[in-house]
Each structure stands twice: as C-alpha cells, then as structure tokens.
Design a protein around this ligand. Structure first.
Ligand code: TXA
Ligand code: MG
Length: 339
C-alpha cells in the first residue's frame, strides 16, 4: 500500500525553503531537519512565536531551548561574550552538532532561556543552517516531538506528533541523536550527544562530564533491578522523563541476563545490533544496525516502532564514542534497567 502523503510535509526545494523562511519571519512555527534530529523552530527574537513552541510541545516552561544561528554575525546578536575556549570549539566543530552555553544578550526573550542568563547556541550543518540564513533571524528550536516522546529523525515522525505544523522534509537525519551540550566555565558536558566527548577533549583537555549528563549515572548504584530516578541536572532538560517508547522497554546491561529473559519472553520485540540477530531467528526482532553510528541513526525510529511485540527488549552497547549518547538515550527511555 502506498503511504498517503501528508499535506503539511514539504520535500525540500528552493520554493519550500523560501516558504518556510517566510513563515518563520512572520512568527509561525516550522519543523525542519538538522544533522541531528528534526527541530520545531520559531523566531528566537519573537516572544509570541516562541510561546507557540512551548504550547505545541506541551513543554515545561523551565526547560530552555537551543538557539540556532547561521553565522558569526548572528551569534553576536545572541551571545554577549564568546570566551576563548568557546572560540576554539566553534572553529573546529561549527557548523555541526555542538551546542554551547554562552552569556545571553537581552534581545533574546527570557522565555527562550527559561529565565537563565545563559543561552544555548549552535550552528547547524547543511539544510538547517540554510533555513536560518534565509530566515535572517536566530531560530529557537527544540527537538520536534511532543514533550516526553522520542526525538524525530524523519518528517513522518514530526507529522505524527504535529499534524498541523509545516514540515520541511529533508529525509532521515544524519546522526540520529541530538547535539552535545557544553558549558564553559568550568568546561563540562551537560548532555552527551552526536559529538563524542573524547573528540572535544582534544581541543579542551580539562572538559569534564557534569553530573546527570548521562542518565546511567543517575540510576547507577541501585544494584539488581533499578527503577528510574530523577536526579538534579545542570541542563534543565535532562531532568525530565524522555523518549517514552510505544510500550515498556527494558534495557539489559549484561548479555547473559538479556539472553535468558529473551528466551522466556517469545512475544517481545527485540531491538538488537545486526550481529546478534541470528541468535533470534524464531523471534520478533528489529535490527538497529551494526556500527554505533548506525545504531544512533536508527534508535529513535525504533522507539516509535509500531511493529508487534508485547514489550521492547534491548541490550546495552559499549559507552564509547557516540555509544555514550546512545546509552544515555536508552537509559532515559527505559522503563527499567536490568544488570
Ligand atoms: O540536536 C539538537 O540539539 C536538537 C536540534 C533540533 O538542534 N535540539 C534539541 O533541543 O535537542 P532540545 O530542546 O530537545 O534540548 C535542548 C537541551 C535541553 O537539555 C536543555 O535543558 C539544554 O539543551 N539547554 C538549553 N538552554 C540551556 C541553558 N541555558 N543552560 C543549560 N542547558 C540548556
Ligand atoms: Mg528534546
């Protein structure tokens, strides 16, 4: 059966890009692809436009947004000061999936930053950047999902959550997990993301991970079966329940416990790296791919799957490179974690 085309989903071309930019300038919402996930954007200088994002998402007003810029000049309109360490990171990683916490200019409404005197800024790659450039204003954009749902990596995911919003369809996103969020004084990672910490540390050797930057730290130490906990986190968004999958999800930290549970639950849907799929020839599986990068790209779509299965079962992957961001998202999505 051919999938019905959604009336608000527009393939990217010169016309749809210009239409999207015009909407943003008028104060309307536009969902657009970035290299990480789709964003739900509005003019960051327009308080009323920004209010529409919170309303549409059902987002708590104490969760600040990322402001997207297209060039250094626009960065100057958003941030009061760019310290030397930030300049070094910008030179290497922008445009790209790195968000920096900087001191905020007063032109940015306080609703964007949830009353903080800092602002999260990033320069996206490719299409996202082109759209911001065409709009001519900085664009506030959280991930384009209803609050608490998995981040969208395709236009169809966005339309599922926001059937009435204009969506630019640029195909599946490149990284599949959100940007890495870094604060500078002292330098620390507030949210694991598409750029691994080790890569950032080549530039900023004393970069640490802030408590709560990865969910497993919050849940650690409980032993055996752990239920999820809400710990204090410096990046306000990381304290909320996140990425809720379509049904209960159990994350297994050890292969042995994973295999024995799987054997006893033949009607579950198993999300697994492709190298393990031969083990489950008689079961329902959804392959996540082989490399950590591929698993990152497929992860959020898997959390939205409509495939049959009483529950979702997933085995931990090594916390290396982008695997760290994958494990952070899985830990937040999990209904429970089994060692
Ligand atoms: O890749 C991404 O970052 C995507 C695309 C659309 O750019 N956006 C995204 O936005 O993931 P969102 O709203 O889902 O996550 C923003 C994160 C939250 O954890 C929020 O708490 C944090 O950034 N954040 C925003 N402003 C902050 C600030 N001033 N201080 C500390 N954390 C901040
Ligand atoms: Mg989000």
């Amino acid at each position: 059966m051919k999938r019905q085309k959604h009336p608000n989903v527009h393939p990217v071309n010169a016309r749809s890009l210009h239409a999207a930019a015009a909407r943003l300038r008028k104060g309307a919402l536009v969902a657009f692809p970035t290299e990480t996930v789709y964003g739900l954007g509005a003019n960051a200088l327009d308080k009323k436009a920004v209010a529409k994002i919170f309303a549409a998402k059902g987002r708590p007003s104490d969760n600040p947004m990322i402001v997207h810029v297209s060039d250094q000049k626009m960065l100057g309109k958003v941030a009061r000061r760019v310290p030397a360490r930030a300049k070094r990171l910008i030179a290497h990683f922008w445009p790209g999936p790195l968000t920096l916490i900087l001191s905020k200019k007063s032109s940015i409404p306080s609703s964007v930053t949830a009353g903080l005197d800092t602002v999260a800024v990033r320069m996206p790659q490719g299409l996202g950047r082109e759209l911001v450039r065409l709009a001519g204003v900085p664009i506030a954009a959280p991930s384009a999902n209803l609050s608490g749902r998995p981040s969208p990596t395709t236009a169809a995911h966005v339309a599922e959550d926001f059937p009435d919003v204009f969506v630019l369809d640029g195909g599946p996103t490149k990284h599949g997990v959100e940007s890495t969020v870094v604060a500078l004084d002292p330098p620390r990672i507030l949210r694991e993301g598409a750029i691994p910490g080790d890569l950032l540390r080549k530039m900023i050797p004393d970069l640490r991970r802030a408590p709560g930057a990865a969910r497993h730290e919050l849940a650690a130490g409980t032993g055996g079966l752990s239920s999820k906990v809400n710990g204090a986190a410096e990046s306000p968004g990381t304290k909320y329940a996140h990425y809720a999958p379509t049904r209960p999800l159990t994350l297994f930290l050890r292969k042995s416990s994973f295999l024995s549970y799987v054997r006893e639950h033949p009607r579950a849907l198993i999300l697994c790296p492709s190298r393990l799929s031969p083990l489950f020839s008689k079961q329902r599986i959804l392959s996540l791919g082989s490399s950590p990068e591929e698993i990152a790209r497929n992860l959020f779509a898997a959390l939205r799957t409509r495939r049959r299965g009483t529950e979702l079962l997933v085995l931990a992957i090594p916390r290396r490179g982008i695997g760290r961001a994958v494990m952070d998202r899985l830990t937040r999505a999990a209904t429970r974690i089994v060692r």
